[in-house]
Design a binder for this molecule. Sequence first.
Ligand code: FAD
Length: 350
Amino acid sequence: MTIDFLIIGQGLAGTLLAHFLEQAGQKVHVVDHYDKRAATRVAAGIINPITGRRYVKSWRVDDLIPFARKTYLELENELGIFIFHRRNILRALFNSREENDWLARAGEEGYADYMLDKPGLEAYAEMTVPAYSYGEVQHSAQVDVGVLADAYRSRLRERHAITEELFDYARLEVFSDSVRYGDIRAGAAVFCEGYRARHNPFFNYLPFGGAKGEVLLVRIPDVRFGKILKHRIFIVPLENGRYWVGSTYGWDYEDDSPTEQGRAYLEARLRDVLKAPFEVVDHRAAIRPTVKDRRPFLGRHPEFPSLALFNGLGTKGASLGPFWAKQMADFLTKNVTLEEDVDIGRFEKT
Ligand SMILES: Cc1cc2nc3c(=O)[nH]c(=O)nc-3n(C[C@H](O)[C@H](O)[C@H](O)COP(=O)(O)OP(=O)(O)OC[C@H]3O[C@@H](n4cnc5c(N)ncnc54)[C@H](O)[C@@H]3O)c2cc1C
């Protein structure tokens, strides 16, 4: 089989890249072993424009969010799924200093559109322990990134465009203008393995990190929250009366399995805030593909131009993914220059 691009890894990065390459008329084939502990299958997919203790706009958010929205709506149409949920975020403020900082930021140029004057607590007013005060963020959303990856996978299967196995790096033959993997001949191989890229023998010179996160899926009977609440942890409404509660954040871990400590921590935080009883229906863990300078990794290998990489979506894949996947596709198909911030050329291969 002769194709244009062989994509290794079909989490959010591989899915979005395949989408934009196919949209550009390229023939792709994916190799992915189904991993229920891939970050994409554990993430809430929150798009949050205002983050951190200083309530600043996330990097490039004015470009990223409109493009992300457009892309997810396009994919909803193409795949017949419903994954993009506009949801405001209520952010608990715990003292007068936090409230003052929030209000000061909301008054700055470029912020008014994201930060609402008067937060609307809705059901949270009755059902949660009140914080000192709240801020409300708009243009935020929750994207079912796992549902997207599964739906895209089904479509790849129908077209016989996916091989569901662990990619064996030793079997990849690399030529200057193409690669061969078994009976597949491709113009280039693009690696999108999430945090597992640290085991990639071609790209392991890049400063990959990896932050483990644990989450709970819970039912909260008799409660209907519509917004996302950030009260130390996030409580995120999902479909079917379930809520995503998370997450932990750890650099020091033995493996990617859920732990008793993680579960106990999340249950305790949920009990701190929720007045209603809840039932845990699932407990999951995954490793986020974080990278040293918190900017995505895009580019070709400095010695083997037929090898490329799209990774480093870190903690913000839902907002970063669409914009940078499109840039990666344009780079691969039209040779459009990558922005310096994201180009892996910023790291020297020693
Ligand atoms: C707990 C948690 C909460 C999160 N919450 C959010 C959030 O609210 N908002 C947000 O924007 N982001 C969030 N994220 C981050 C988000 O999940 C990631 O940015 C994004 O999903 C990364 O996608 P990826 O495709 O790069 O990696 P992954 O999802 O890890 O996908 C990599 C894929 O490659 C495959 N693979 C790897 N190696 C091989 C191999 N050798 N052979 C075959 N297949 C291979 C894996 O099976 C997998 O399918 C969260 C992450 C975690 C863990």
